[in-house]
Design a protein around this ligand. Structure first.
Ligand SMILES: Cc1cc2nc3c(=O)[nH]c(=O)nc-3n(C[C@H](O)[C@H](O)[C@H](O)COP(=O)(O)O)c2cc1C
Ligand code: SF4
Ligand code: FES
Length: 584
């Protein structure tokens, strides 16, 4: 574009400017979508309109991987390079797409394609995962790059299964559950029941249900709500965390795409309980279908009087604003997510103070994960007794597990807490994909830990997993058979953390880099005798002194593997000894 037509974007900037800096990410998304990148002239206009220095605007653009300062190809393709996809052949897909001679299409020069190697795209069950202009594409038996544009390759269906279907009752039909279908399935009954009670009783019921957060930290949900409810401020916020970017996780994506009303209803009940009138639904930037479906559902709910003023004549008013992330794993961390909504780079804040007293815009805020909020309408429609009738005493209810890697049926499985890992892998996911025996299981995602076959009979509950030193995390179960090189898997995890560290604190900024460098050498079978000790030092330092959960868990999978398989990290287990200066 030689002459940029700024008129359409100028109108949007003018409309949103009164919001101030919080309008920044939505405006950058508008510019990115319209121009395919963010031209400097547009950045300048935005800077002026919202009174933020231009350098600061560029700092934000550069922080987020989905924003580009310079023109890119008409088609952007994201190829996932994290473990589940790497095992399924993502590197051959990358090579295929990069073939220079294939840049001719029906005799013409192919429209320019920008290929981005990406962290987990939340499509691990379809590994190797590919996004073409933000749309998931089936990569099975891909022979040439042209095929990625074939309509038949669009929107792979996720395998859904399990022993119970509470959270996934309306999922897996191949389309979004609309409001009528949701109401027919008993939707918004939980809200009707909850708003008949005083907010305090709603919080007590959540406490009694035993629900704990599903976003990774397992914090008791009722306690969190109570903290914000007790804060003596008029304005409070409720935030739904749909930033899902933990490698191996895709559960929130399925809920947002297939049953967004369930989450909206959960947000309404939470808002009512804590005394909030405004909710933010923050959705991962790469999840375009989730964004579209949540947006449609919010509009339906507003039209039907479930959102807005005086909901169902109760006097309670609440509305939801949707925000899109822009490609930064760290923005899933609650305080980084607030910064992102506020229009800044996603740097985590120092805690305390905690969000329940000083959260979004400095106001008391509850932030909950998508799956946590999806449990809320279930609790208030079926009642606590029935809710707790499945699961274990300390982990009541059901849980979603994301199965990927070397199993026959990678997919999303809902089970009562307390079933065994063996049950999920062997019965539900159909066991190992090939004749090769099981070697290892990554539990909880990149920030999780490695389990070995002797742990297959562990119960999947918070309490039993903790005893085994395994975090439940976001419900990731990635399975590796005996042919897999775990060094390569661990190297990819180290690469992920080195790429995603925001750099705000030194232990993580430097630690993730050093960990990456050592794992890169080890994955190439070039090992120094000191590597294992160095890795252990780095991991302890990152765990104990990093500012946020990213650095605190960046070494946990590698640390667990060192304990189980030390030979992987030493010269005993590798073919070649390191002989000179670092050979990267
Ligand atoms: C690096 C990092 C990334 C995170 N990503 C997510 C995420 O994508 N979704 C999520 O719900 N929680 C994520 N969390 C946890 C959140 O900080 C927070 O604990 C959670 O949203 C609280 O919700 P819950 O109590 O319902 O689990 C992340 C934490 C860290 C440290
Ligand atoms: S731990 Fe890592 S991601 Fe978290 S604040 Fe420090 S540098 Fe940033
Ligand atoms: S999409 Fe590739 S590992 Fe998740």
């Amino acid at each position: 574009m030689s002459e940029l037509d700024l008129k359409p974007i100028r109108k949007i900037i003018d409309d949103m400017a009164p919001q101030g800096r919080t309008a920044l990410l939505p405006l950058l998304h508008e510019a990115q979508d319209y121009f395919g990148y963010i031209p400097e002239a547009v950045a300048e206009e935005i800077a002026q309109a919202i009174s933020v220095p231009l350098a600061d605007i560029f700092g934000v653009i550069e922080f987020y991987s989905l924003f580009f300062k310079h023109p890119i190809g008409e088609t952007i393709v994201h190829v996932c390079n994290d473990p589940a996809c790497a095992m399924a052949g993502s590197e051959s897909i990358y090579k295929l797409l990069n073939q220079k001679e294939s840049f001719k299409f029906a005799g013409e020069v192919k429209p320019k394609i920008t290929i981005e190697v990406s962290a987990c795209l939340g499509l691990c069950e379809h590994a190797p995962a590919l996004l073409v202009k933000g749309e998931p594409v089936i990569t099975k038996d891909l022979q040439s790059w042209e095929e990625i544009f074939e309509p038949s390759r669009k929107r792979p269906q996720t395998i859904l299964g399990g022993d119970v279907h509470r959270l996934t009752k309306n999922c897996g039909k191949g389309s979004r559950t609309n409001l009528d279908q949701y109401l027919e399935s008993g939707g918004y009954i939980g809200l009707k029941n909850a708003i008949k009670m005083p907010p305090k009783d709603v919080i007590n019921q959540v406490k009694e249900s035993g629900l704990v957060g599903r976003g990774g930290a397992a914090f008791p949900t009722g306690l969190k709500w109570e903290g914000a409810a007790n804060a003596n401020e008029e304005i409070k916020y409720l935030v739904c965390n749909g930033d899902e970017a933990e490698p191996g996780t895709f559960k929130d994506r399925v809920l947002m795409e297939d049953d967004p009303h369930l989450i909206i209803e959960g947000m309404l009940i939470a808002g009512y309980a804590i005394g909030s009138q405004k909710g933010y639904f923050y959705i991962r930037g790469e999840y375009l279908t989730s964004y579209k479906h949540v947006k449609e559902a919010v509009e339906e709910a507003r039209k039907a009087g479930f959102l807005g003023e005086n909901i169902l004549g109760s006097g309670f008013s609440f509305d939801i604003e949707i925000r899109r992330g822009a490609g930064a794993y760290v923005c899933g961390e609650e305080t980084a997510l607030f910064e992102s909504i506020e229009g800044k780079r996603g740097f985590p804040r120092v805690k305390p103070p905690f969000p329940t007293t000083h959260g979004l815009f400095g106001k008391p805020t509850v932030i909950n994960n998508v799956e946590t909020l999806a449990n809320i309408p279930i609790i208030f429609s079926m009642g606590i007794e029935e809710y707790k009738s499945i699961g274990t005493e300390k982990s009541p209810g059901s849980k979603l597990f994301c199965l990927s890697g070397d199993v026959n049926k990678p997919g999303l499985y809902e089970v009562p807490f307390g079933v065994t890992l063996r049950h999920v892998i062997e019965k539900l996911a159909g066991g190992m994909r090939s004749d090769h025996p099981l070697q290892a299981i990554l539990i909880g995602g990149a920030a999780g830990a490695m389990a070995d076959p002797s742990q297959l009979d562990v119960s999947l509950s918070f309490e039993e997993l903790r005893k085994e030193g395994l975090p439940l995390g976001s419900g990731v179960v990635t399975v590796f058979d005996e042919t897999r090189d775990l060094r390569d898997v661990l190297f990819r995890l180290a690469n992920f953390f080195a790429e995603e560290s925001c750099g705000k604190c030194f232990p993580c900024q430097i630690g993730t880099q050093r960990q990456f460098e050592i794992m890169r050498r080890i994955s190439k079978r070039v090992v120094k005798n000191s590597d294992i000790n160095d890795l252990e030092d780095i991991i302890v330092t990152m765990t104990d002194s990093s500012l946020c959960g990213l650095g605190q868990t960046a070494g946990s999978a590698i640390g667990s593997a060192i304990k189980k398989w030390p030979a992987l990290f030493s010269n005993l287990g590798v073919q070649r000894e390191f002989t000179g200066e670092q050979n990267d």
